[in-house]
Design a protein. Structure first.
Length: 337
């Protein structure tokens, strides 16, 4: 190659190297921040599916339902949370009463029956769960089973019952007891459970496992935890006992969600709620977690006993909002530290 040609070529290379490179702008990823009182194992897969189908990233902070509700209250208008997913209606009601949840649009609320929606239109149920007594069939005879949750303070159940005082579902059940029967009855029941040697566990999973292992004959849980264990261990010696119709121990509560009032992304938050009330998510709750779908025309899980609304006590779930008073009552009774 001639020197002149090389010089021109080299000059072109230098000029090209000095030219500014214009990068193609990438669209910003839309994101939502979710505070979840539901465990990752129960809600995580469907949130991931939402991201895969919509392209909206979801950053999730997991914790106890009461803990997450308290955090949103403490953070106030500076909370990064867009959506709060709760294990029970009580925590949602507490946030709604404090003005920390937005009013939801009709296209969200009309998806589910009115008894599973906030009377103030600020939260919506996503799935239903019944409170039940799980028992070890090798250790407890059917004719021993109590008619009412109130009977668990009797000497016959001394040191034979497990509960999870830090769990949001039990706390909501106690709130329902306060609403339906009064604080005096709830206090007496809590004190009676403590005096009767009720064994405290961290969560429903550990209670069901302890009952299977024979560590404790029976425990208070949500129905779907029994389904999960029976699915994994079909021969496990456990069964569900429903308290008598109308008993406060037969409460049917919801896992639900609301949009945090300080969220700058209410439109995206509504998309998530609509997705969780759509066919894919409702089928997931029915078939994968064993909960009761709240939207009509969703296939029922054949392994889960059908929901019998006649068993549940007559209560407006919006009345379960006074969580703080329940926690104080539980502490005073020695059920919580």
């Amino acid at each position: 190659m001639r020197r002149g040609s090389f010089t021109v070529f080299g000059l072109l290379v230098v000029l090209l190297a000095l030219m500014p490179i214009t990068a193609t702008a990438q669209p910003a990823v839309e994101r939502l921040v979710v505070y979840s009182g539901r465990s990752e194992g129960l809600i995580g897969p469907i949130l991931q599916q939402f991201t895969e189908e919509t392209g909206i990233a979801v950053d999730v902070r997991y914790g106890g339902t009461a803990e997450m509700a308290a955090t949103i209250l403490e953070e106030g208008a500076n909370s990064p949370a867009d959506v709060f997913i709760a294990q029970d209606a009580g925590a949602l009601g507490a946030l709604a009463a404090a003005g920390r949840l937005s009013v939801l649009p009709s296209d969200v609320l009309e998806r589910v029956p009115s008894q599973y929606v906030s009377s103030a239109r600020q939260w919506v149920g996503l799935s239903g769960r019944a409170r039940v007594l799980v028992y070890n069939t090798d250790l407890v005879q059917a004719d021993e089973l109590p008619a009412s949750i109130l009977d668990l303070t009797q000497p016959a159940w001394s040191s034979r019952i497990a509960w999870a005082p830090t769990n949001g579902s039990l706390q909501a059940n106690i709130t329902a007891m306060r609403v339906l029967l009064g604080d005096d009855v709830a206090r007496a029941w809590l004190e009676g459970m403590v005096a009767n040697g009720a064994a405290a566990y961290d969560n429903n999973d550990s209670i069901v496992q302890a009952v299977i292992n024979g560590e404790i004959p029976a425990g208070l849980v949500n129905h779907y935890y029994v389904f999960e264990f029976k699915e994994q261990f079909p021969d496990a010696p456990i069964a569900i006992h429903n308290f008598q119709a109308g008993d406060v121990g037969a409460l049917v509560n919801v896992a639900g969600a609301g949009i945090v009032s300080s969220s700058p992304r209410p439109g995206l938050a509504q998309r998530l709620l609509l997705y969780l009330l759509g066919g894919n998510a409702q089928t997931y709750f029915s078939m994968e977690t064993g909960e009761y779908p709240l939207v009509s025309n969703i296939p029922a899980n054949p392994a889960v006993p059908p929901l019998d609304p006649a068993l549940a006590p007559n209560i407006d779930l919006s009345q379960l909002q006074d969580l703080q008073a329940t926690l104080e009552l539980m502490q005073a009774a020695g059920a919580l530290p």
